[in-house]
Design a protein around this ligand. Structure first.
Ligand code: OGA
Ligand code: MN
Length: 277
């Protein structure tokens, strides 16, 4: 469906179509260039808390539209990483493209292992949104894993074993880290749904505290292997015009690599704190 074909004054009924996977739903019937009424926002917030990842296809939005839409879910803030020459400071560009020898965005074309955004900070990002302007023919797909489904599938012995454990999170680029080590519980409770999630990732969780290094490593590896098992993961194949929003409090995500000669350009916004109440 082309959103621009919406006739002024007639509302498409909003549709929520679940992916059939461990998480995620597509929202149909919205043109995100337009303002949303309070009922629609309520519906989207509830769907977001239920499905953890929502995507909208065939959008043709501006940077202002993306920031305005993001505000329905919290306060968009400038990304913690600097990016020069941004006309709208809440927009962070994700891209492998270089212009005049300089990258126009972050994250390149390499694989990005599973992570929850900014978990190396004491207050990690809660909600992230990504809008696709250009995508490669092959690769550059993003997949999300449900921390709820992974936690709920653990046997009671493992739940007992990891309850109360903490882990240090650290970015591989040391300059991005805080001076004091950042710690988070291995099992987190989502502040809005009250549901428990496994909150460790191969990219950003460095070690479990108060355990012998070897035992801690083995436990972390086991938890990561479990939490990233295919049955908890849903993969998104991007199309130009897709907007995907995800809840970092109950998911982690990973991006597959792609040919660096192909262009991938996305705009991103970031919310901290709970905004979906
Ligand atoms: C991010 C991220 C994945 C992607 O923006 O936080 O992990 O598919 N992006 O570009
Ligand atoms: Mn990310």
């Amino acid at each position: 469906m082309n959103a621009s074909s919406t006739i002024a004054g007639t509302m498409n009924p909003l549709q929520i179509i679940t992916t059939g996977g461990a998480l995620g739903a597509e929202i149909r019937g919205l043109d995100l260039r337009r303002g949303l009424d309070a009922d629609t926002v309520r519906t989207l917030r509830a769907a977001f808390l239920e499905h953890c990842v929502l995507y909208y296809r065939d959008q043709q939005i501006s940077q202002q539209d993306l920031v305005r839409f993001t505000r329905h879910f919290g306060k968009p803030v400038a990304h913690v990483r600097p990016q020069p020459d941004r006309p709208i400071e809440e927009i962070f560009v994700i891209s492998n493209v270089t212009e005049d020898g300089k990258p126009i965005g972050a994250l390149g074309s390499e694989e990005i292992p599973f992570h929850s955004d900014l978990s190396y900070l004491p207050e990690p990002g809660t909600i992230s949104l990504l809008y696709a302007l250009e995508i490669p023919e092959v690769g550059g797909e993003t997949m999300w894993a449900s921390g709820y489904a992974a936690y709920e599938a653990l046997d009671p012995t493992m739940k007992d074993r990891i309850d109360g454990l903490n882990a240090v999170h650290r970015h591989p680029i040391d300059a991005l880290n805080t001076p004091e080590p950042t710690m988070h519980p291995v099992v987190r409770t989502h502040p809005e749904t009250g549901r428990k999630v496994i909150y460790v990732s191969p990219h950003l969780t460095h070690h479990i505290t108060d355990m012998e290094r070897e035992d801690g490593r083995a436990l972390l590896d086991e938890l990561i292997a479990h939490a990233t098992a295919e049955r908890f993961v849903w993969k998104h194949r991007w199309q130009v015009g897709d907007l995907v929003m995800w809840d970092n409090r109950c998911t982690m995500h990973r991006r597959t690599p792609f040919d660096d000669r192909q262009r991938r350009v996305m705009w991103r916004t970031q919310v901290f704190g709970a905004g979906t109440r």
